[in-house]
Design a binder for this molecule. Structure first.
Ligand SMILES: *[C@@H]1O[C@H](CO)[C@@H](O)[C@H](O)[C@H]1NC(C)=O
Length: 317
């Protein structure tokens, strides 16, 4: 077993962390974000429910949402806006106890359904039998092509408390963070390519559903419905991004002027956000050494030659 408690988490150097967090919280305004959102608003302002409304509950103060899965149905929500590039962050607490077969997803996608040409960035949390560790799976799709799974174990119990899961997305890199620790970097290349999502604005989604045909130990562990409902909890959605508007409301094929003004000028698309810094690379290397369960880049059965983007990583174990 890995001794995860023994390491002090030091995801960012102090100064940069303070600056990033302040900017992420919208405390510092660069004056260039006209039309972009830097907000921690209520769920109702940002999201709409997809599916069974009676499977969503809200805390008395309106700040926490609970999604319920039972043997009838799961449920999800999606942002009203689409976004092209930015910082997307959410606190989640996952269904506890015996959650084998249950999957909670938190992801971004260019389309409202599984459109064949979609771009997508995924966090998926795969439940487990009582006392067994959750697995977090990430994936990146470009034009409907995914198959870029990585699976990690976590250094804490994600069912015991809220933790922050974030995506940084700019034209240079996509980074998946857990509590500010970069667990996965996905870099663009200088050349035109078919692996980096760069053109299509994405909605942010979350959902809880039954996936006991594949999720836990390859589908061997089935969902125990006597333990239902399974509940995942959400709070503190933060976005600092170029907001493009929903497709249905006439969001066009070209970015609104506010996007062009934000991209390249906002903190999330400036040199410090274009690559991991030294402390982040150190953390990322620690994750690579200790927490990776599966990495498609190393799967020679599936990919006899590693996919092009694999060579662009700046950290390795
Ligand atoms: C569940 O626990 C088992 C045993 O520790 C582990 O092998 C597996 O990776 C865990 N997660 C999933 C999603 O199967």
């Amino acid at each position: 077993m890995i001794e995860m408690g023994s390491r002090q988490r030091r995801p960012w150097n102090g100064v940069l962390l303070a600056a990033w967090m302040a900017m992420a919280a919208g405390v510092i305004s660069c004056g260039c974000l006209r039309g972009a959102s830097a907000a921690e608003a209520s769920f109702g302002d940002n999201f709409e429910i997809t599916g069974a409304e009676d499977h969503v509950k809200t805390s008395a103060d309106g700040q926490t949402w609970y999604l319920y899965l039972d043997n009838k149905t799961g449920v999800g929500f999606q942002t009203k806006q689409r976004y092209l590039f930015g910082w997307f962050s959410m606190k989640l607490k996952l269904a506890g106890n015996d959650s084998a077969g249950v999957v909670t997803a938190y992801y971004m996608c260019s389309d409202l359904d599984a459109a064949p040409e979609r771009d997508e960035l995924d966090f998926e949390f795969l439940g487990n039998r009582t006392g067994q560790p959750y697995v977090i799976q990430t994936n990146v799709y470009r034009s409907g092509v995914g198959g870029r799974e990585m699976r990690h174990s976590l250094w804490f119990d994600p069912t015991a408390d809220f933790h922050t899961y974030s995506i940084l997305w700019n034209p240079k890199q996509i980074v998946f963070f857990v509590d500010k620790v970069p667990i996965r970097e996905y870099r663009n290349s200088e050349k035109t390519n078919t692996f980096f999502p760069i053109m299509k604005p994405m909605y942010v989604f979350s959902s809880i559903w039954n996936a006991d045909d594949w999720a836990t130990r390859g589908g061997l562990e089935k969902t125990d419905w006597t333990k239902a409902p399974f509940i995942s909890s959400y709070s503190d959605f933060t976005t600092d991004a170029c907001a493009w508007g929903p497709a249905a409301a006439g969001g066009g094929a070209t970015p609104p002027p506010s996007c062009a003004a934000a991209t390249g000028y906002s903190w999330w698309d400036q040199p410090p956000a274009w690559a991991l810094d030294d402390a982040q690379r150190e953390d990322s290397a620690w994750v690579a050494r200790n927490l990776v369960i599966y990495d498609y880049c190393g799967d020679r059965k599936r990919f006899p030659a590693p996919p092009e983007e694999c060579a662009l990583r700046t950290t390795s174990s």
